[in-house]
Design a protein around this ligand. Sequence first.
Ligand code: SAM
Length: 312
Amino acid sequence: MSDIEFDPNVKGRILDVLADLNDVELESIETWFCSRAYKKELDQKRSLDASNEILKKIGDTIKDLVPFEAEMASETIAPPTIGEQADCNAINTLHVDEFLYDEDEVAELAKKGKIKRHYCLDCSSRNIKDLTFISHSMSKEELLYIFKVLLPKDLEDKQLLDVGSRLGTVLFGAYYLSNLRSIIGIEMNKELCKVQEKVIEQFSMDNNRIKVMHSDVMNKGDIVANSNIVVINILDFFVDNQKHRDMWYFFKKHMKKGSYLVTNRSMRDTLDDLEIYHDFANWLNICRINQMENEIFCHVEDYSNLYLYIIN
Ligand SMILES: C[S@@+](CC[C@H](N)C(=O)[O-])C[C@H]1O[C@@H](n2cnc3c(N)ncnc32)[C@H](O)[C@@H]1O
């Protein structure tokens, strides 16, 4: 019998984890605990959990401001005609916003019958197929990866621009997970700008640090040129192929040397699909992860869709 006593439930949970480890791993854990180095990492983990809790509250607030599918009546959203999502259509695709609904919530919604996971191929039988789920927003986990793993830690004198800030998820992630000086969202849909502004007000965010602008980003070359980090989530559902090409030439013209570009699909794939890669081959370079020490807070392999580039 051990002479160190504490809550048997806690002890049981810890033993469950330790039971999966081999002798070498156990020894490393003993050293880690005895050195007390874990305390600092535990503080960081708790601080990240607290930020995530605020983002969750923001998500719950947004749910009351937008329709369930988080697509506004004033928007024109059409599946792309090129690239890997060109097979999406109204029958086989469902938009479930990943910032608003995490995996557990989606499972709960499916259990309650509020969303379906499958569609029927011939209307009469068990011949069904999985629906394709798409999200127009980044998830909370992706935001954590971007700000705590991918980008450099110290962004105190830097400005971030989110192109097409939609529900504001990237802006809110930047606000609570980084020390960025200035966080700007440009969104062409007015209703969505109002949603973002309401959240900024409701959560008493500092208007000197975070702002939303209602505009086509192509009218804001000066803001692009003054930004150190530009985030561009996949735009295919929102612009036609010609506009999409024009936007990349616009970013190439305005983004400054040394600034970062964050995307959730490789630039090679995006530009190849648009058949313009040849004009961009020397424009940017892919970057390595900046905050390797924080990999312990994420399952890094889950974020292979997120890319960080530096402009040459
Ligand atoms: C995929 S959503 C990105 C949402 C958000 N950035 C995120 O990652 O969670 C793309 C958004 O870009 C907006 N958008 C597309 N083209 C734009 C343009 N030229 N100027 C401003 N906004 C644009 C769309 O209205 C849409 O809300």
